[in-house]
Design a binder for this molecule. Structure first.
Ligand code: ADP
Ligand code: MG
Length: 241
């Protein structure tokens, strides 16, 4: 892929000191991620997936190496700059949905879009349009407790993409869901990626989920062991696992 990457990571390492033992969560990771890509990072539990995602999202710092987001060197940024970076440029989707229980689906999304307008003047998406994109047009006035796990995750996706981030970082977004529900969540991510052209990074330990990506990065023991382009990404609705 040509053009300036959105992320450029070089020589990333993360080491934890556990008493006498050093845990190498990441070792010598070099990575370029480009606008519009739908990237899956695939690896077994403990391979360093969350560590890598958290570093890209400015939630964690590497022990060595650099991460550049466009012109900003994240690894030189202070806490205040990282908070601003996350707020303005990153959408996060985690395994658990973290919706505000006292607000409807629509209000959960609208809260984020109104904050985005106030704080950094970008033009966020219309909450109703994004909820429609993730297949929840009929559930906009429901409260989280009235929605299934998969529906709540789709509200969380709508909330994350509605502020029009440059990158959407998803840590095991289908980890808590059954297969059928998981498919709808993956379809929502895929549709949002295609609609807005947002660089989307999804981490999973499930190889079937990876087959819907444009690009599959495999992580083992903190290292990228393969980086492949997928010319014919699977339709999320056709996945079986
Ligand atoms: P994954 O998301 O692929 O399951 P992680 O990135 O969470 O992997 O963890 C990678 C390795 O780093 C694992 O061996 C894990 O135990 C270790 N690790 C992660 N966070 C910490 C921490 N805060 N302290 C010590 N070790 C950690
Ligand atoms: Mg993890």
């Amino acid at each position: 892929m040509s053009g300036t990457p959105v992320f450029n990571a070089r020589g990333l390492a993360k080491t934890y000191q556990m008493g006498e033992v050093e845990v190498h969560a990441l070792r010598q990771v070099d990575l370029d991620l480009h606008a519009g890509e739908f990237v899956v990072i695939l690896g077994p539990s403990g391979s360093g997936k969350s560590t890598l995602l958290n570093i890209l999202g400015g939630l964690d710092a590497p022990t060595a190496g650099t991460v550049q987001f466009r012109d900003h060197v994240l690894t030189d940024a202070d806490e205040k700059a990282l908070t601003q970076y996350r707020r303005e440029h990153v959408g996060f989707v985690f395994q658990f949905y973290n919706l505000i229980p006292s607000l409807t689906a629509y209000e959960n999304v609208a809260l984020v879009t109104s904050l985005a307008t106030e704080t950094h003047g970008t033009t966020p998406a219309d909450p109703a349009a994004v909820l429609k994109l993730v297949g929840l047009e009929a559930r906009m006035d429901s409260f989280p407790a009235q929605l299934s796990g998969g529906e709540q995750q789709r509200v969380a996706i709508a909330r994350a993409v509605a502020k029009r981030p440059d990158v959407l970082l998803c840590d095991e977004p289908t980890g808590a869901l059954d297969v059928e529900t998981g498919k709808l969540v993956l379809k929502a991510l895929r549709d949002a990626n295609r609609e807005f052209g947002t660089l989307t990074v999804v981490i999973t330990h499930n190889a079937t989920v990876a087959s819907m990506a444009d690009r599959i990065l495999k992580l083992r023991d903190g290292q990228i062991i393969s980086d492949e382009r997928n010319e014919s990404p699977a339709d999320p609705e056709s996945l079986v696992w």
